[in-house]
Design a protein around this ligand. Structure first.
Ligand code: 1CP
Length: 335
């Protein structure tokens, strides 16, 4: 059994494990090489051979414990019929949401559209050492909604009036999304993934009084499903600050990724019965070795005797030098 899976199941194993969010991606020259020749990002995610190759790129380069399948959270809206485009330097652009078309989708068609992702997982598992995890992931319903309904005006503003006005519609969408996301989880596990991470990257934009409805409840439903199916899981409700404590108490995931705004000592004290993952600010990899090691030491020391998974407080930045990643991994292994 992979070391990550074992740790998430037992919750008392303090052996070392390390991987990075966005470890497969733009900071790697070998990724950029493939990307240059494959301009359509969704098509690249649907190319099982290439996405499996990209998944394994960081594993070939670095001493990591887990691979994370190269795909995207927006493959779900894609499989539910929305057109998804990635505009260079601007991010994703999604075609207008249509509720009738959305409610018309069924499991068979959804699974068929994502079949190349499942093939990529199968291929990757066959080429990955047994002791290494293969992590699959989904976007949490709220974060997907933000993209699907085009609710984000800029990085940090959400159209709150719209949330109120379209409340009933949003409730129906969330309920249906939970269903399809559980199908996507099941399919990815059946294909060979052994851990699921749930990215709620925009949880921090939810108005405080709505956090139960839009963050805790949907994540809890999905974790309930994972538990029933015995699927090791990690939640990442990014940006919710001290609400991490309540999130953990209500959702009860096996693992929880802290973001870089969370004080690790606070997390160790407040987040109980859960494996803590991550926290380190990805910007630290752009600073000097001394600063990087000093910051890393804070996490290593704080979680020394606990079941901790070394990772970041968000994904690796595209401008990161891969040699700094190598140095950071070596530092973690040596300390
Ligand atoms: O070359 C490029 O331009 C593509 C950049 C890229 C990559 C490498 C995108 C577009 N997605 C990915 C892969 C990806 N996305 C992975 C692969 C595995 C790995 O981590 O190594 C994962 C886990 C994701 C998940 C993802 N996609 C999230 C959740 C994590 C996070 O970063 O908060 C989100 C929000 C997305 C949407 C998305 N996809 C891509 C971009 C640039 C974005 C974010 C856009 C925005 O800020 O709104």
């Amino acid at each position: 059994m992979s070391n990550l899976r074992k740790k998430l199941i037992s919750k008392n194993d303090s052996c070392k494990s390390i991987w990075f969010m966005r470890q497969a991606g733009r900071y790697l020259p070998e990724f950029r090489e493939i990307r240059k020749k494959n301009k359509d990002f969704i098509e690249l995610c649907l190319n099982s051979e290439l996405s499996s190759q990209i998944t394994l790129q960081p594993i070939k380069r670095f001493d990591l414990d887990s691979a994370i399948i190269f795909s995207d959270i927006l493959m779900t809206p894609y499989a539910l019929g929305q057109e998804v485009k990635f505009i260079k330097d601007k991010g994703p652009k999604i075609s207008e949401f249509n509720i009738e078309s959305f409610l018309d989708k069924n499991e068979k068609g959804f699974t068929q559209k994502l079949n190349p992702v499942y093939k990529a997982i199968e291929k990757t598992r066959n080429n990955l050492e047994k002791n290494k995890s293969l992590i699959a992931f989904i976007g949490a319903p709220w974060t997907l909604l933000v993209y699907m309904l085009n609710m984000k005006n800029s990085k940090s503003v959400i159209d709150i009036k719209r949330l109120e006005k379209e409340k009933d519609k949003i409730k129906i969408i969330i309920k249906n999304l939970i269903n399809f996301l559980c199908i996507h989880i099941r399919n990815q596990i059946d294909a060979g993934a052994d851990v699921i991470q749930i990215f709620d990257s925009w949880a921090g934009l939810i108005p405080k009084e709505k956090i139960k409805d839009y963050c805790y409840y949907p994540n809890a439903k999905i974790i309930e499903f994972c538990k029933k199916e015995k699927i090791p899981n990690i939640c990442f409700p990014k940006g919710i600050n001290e609400k991490y404590e309540e999130f953990n108490q209500i959702v009860k995931p096996d693992g929880i990724n802290i973001d870089y705004q969370i004080d690790p000592a606070w997390a160790k004290k407040k987040l109980k019965n859960v494996v803590i993952q991550g926290g380190l600010d990805p910007k630290i990899l752009l600073k000097s070795d001394k600063e990087m090691f000093q910051e890393a030491t804070k996490y290593i020391q704080t979680f020394k005797a606990s079941p901790y998974i070394f990772n970041l407080g968000h994904g690796l930045l595209p401008e990161t030098d891969p040699d700094r990643v190598k140095k950071l991994i070596k530092f973690y292994r040596d300390n």
